[in-house]
Write a protein of this length. Structure first.
Ligand code: UD1
Length: 422
């Protein structure tokens, strides 16, 4: 298994291009199942999660062709010949559940494996299933699979989520586009990835209102047609690389960066002593003083501080002046990076969903292990400013969500290399 060697050094300077959003692409791809005409996505990120979704769609009979070095995905679901999403693929990636709503809406039946456990908590799919039931789906859970049927097609209904779920909102919106009548989703997720999905569905002929607000209304249509759509910028990749100059000093421009994607995150950066400025091509980040200040962070659904940036923010706060409290409100068990950061000399106390971080002068390089996608990149960020060498193992997590991480950080002056351990 490969590992990444990071040697702490000085300030970082230059530009980093930000890719299309993994999480948007993973919901835009299953949208191809809603139409028998081609759907083409541009600005797609080159990631192993995207390859897993490609394999899943192909297993259902969809054609997926990657063009322009993987940045364009040309898809067609003209000849779907299988309606079962197999455990072997679904277990690799929870987002696989997003094929359920579209397949059921289009053909009235679908069988999808339950995703199973996950390193960052239990992560059930009950809200996805309740939403589809509200549209008239009959569901049967057996042998680890959801067997879904909608004889005569899905019908518009009232979907009231007890709390916000990004994935359940996406499944519900896609399913409702082809349901008969009107569907109203309350307590819908407002993430930019949902807005991006709705914009794409609208190009395909869907009638949807209210995306980005808490209530989404969908008027079902008989069929959707083909479209071409650019994937929105990855706000998590953006936030991650914004932290590189915040931790190391220097000035880095994030190409394609947009303030509206990272508002709550930027407020915390400002409080920590980091300047973020809009430029013609994106955002520039620069630390104001020699050391950042402690800040408290609570993760929340969008527009709040994203859980997917919590681990990286913790890496920053490890060397802040003062004590910061990070509260994780979205997922249980999402502080697995803390023991690894402690191995690098950080002072962190975790109690339940709260981590208290007292800044130290400098972290020290150490061998550490990535436990999930965002944890792995937080360890790389910590290693960039640590004294000596940090070796991050289990980097396959990283390949799920960050394209060319070594190349992008090297380009701004980081000392980082991938070590292949065959
Ligand atoms: C998506 C993102 C993930 C991000 C998360 C929260 C994708 C592919 N992944 O995950 O990177 O961290 O949003 O911003 O887009 N829940 C239930 N029942 C359900 C569904 C969710 O209890 O049926 C719970 C989850 O366990 C979690 C919370 O709801 O505690 C929010 O999860 P959700 O928003 O659904 O996350 P995902 O869509 O899986």
């Amino acid at each position: 298994m490969d590992s990444i060697l990071v040697t702490g050094n000085g300030p970082l300077n230059g530009r980093i291009p930000i890719a299309g959003a993994k999480n948007a692409c993973l919901t835009l791809m299953p949208a191809t199942l809603l139409s028998d005409e081609p759907l083409t996505l541009t600005n797609a990120p080159r990631l192993s999660d995207i390859r897993t979704m490609t394999t899943l769609l192909q297993s259902l009979g969809a054609e997926v062709t990657t063009l322009q070095d993987g940045q364009v995905l040309a898809m067609s679901s003209h000849d779907l010949n299988n309606h079962t999403a197999d455990y072997d693929i679904v277990r690799k990636m929870r987002a696989s559940i997003l094929v359920l709503g579209p397949m059921l809406a289009r053909d009235g039946h679908a069988v999808v494996s339950l995703p199973g456990g996950c390193a960052i908590g239990a992560r059930p799919v009950d809200l996805h299933l309740k939403a589809l039931e509200a549209m008239g789906a009959e569901l049967d859970l057996r042998d680890g699979y959801v067997h879904a049927k909608a004889s005569g097609g899905l019908k518009g209904g009232k979907v009231e989520f007890p709390f916000v779920s990004v994935g359940a909102t996406e499944n519900a919106v896609m399913a409702a586009t082809l349901a008969k009548g009107t569907t109203v989703i309350t307590n819908a997720a407002r993430e930019p990835e949902i807005v991006d999905l709705v914009q794409c569905l609208r190009k395909m002929g869907a009638q949807i209102e209210g995306e980005g607000a808490g209530t989404i209304t969908i008027q079902g249509v008989d069929r959707l047609h083909g479209a071409t759509h650019p994937v929105v910028t990855d706000r998590i990749e953006l936030g991650t690389y914004m932290l590189a100059p915040a931790i190391c000093g220097g000035e880095v421009e994030l190409l394609g960066g947009r303030l509206d994607l990272v508002g709550a995150f930027c407020e915390k950066l400002d409080a920590a002593g980091i300047d973020v400025t809009e430029t013609r091509d994106g955002l520039t980040v620069k630390r104001r003083g020699d050391r950042v200040q402690a800040v408290d962070v609570v993760t929340e659904p969008f527009p709040g501080f994203p859980t997917d940036l919590q681990a990286q923010m913790m890496a920053l706060l490890c060397t802040a002046e003062g004590t910061s409290v990070l509260e994780e409100k979205i997922f249980e068990n999402r502080f697995m990076h803390a023991p690894e950061l402690i191995r690098m000399g950080a002072s962190i106390d975790v109690h339940g969903g709260t981590a208290t971080v007292t800044g130290v002068d400098r972290l020290k390089g150490a061998p550490v292990m990535a436990t999930d996608l965002r944890a792995s990149v937080s360890l790389i960020l910590a290693g960039l400013a640590a004294e000596g060498e940090t070796v991050v193992s289990r980097v396959y997590h990283l390949d799920r969500g960050y394209e060319h991480v070594v190349r992008k950080l090297e380009a701004v002056g980081a000392r980082i290399e991938r070590i292949s351990n065959q």
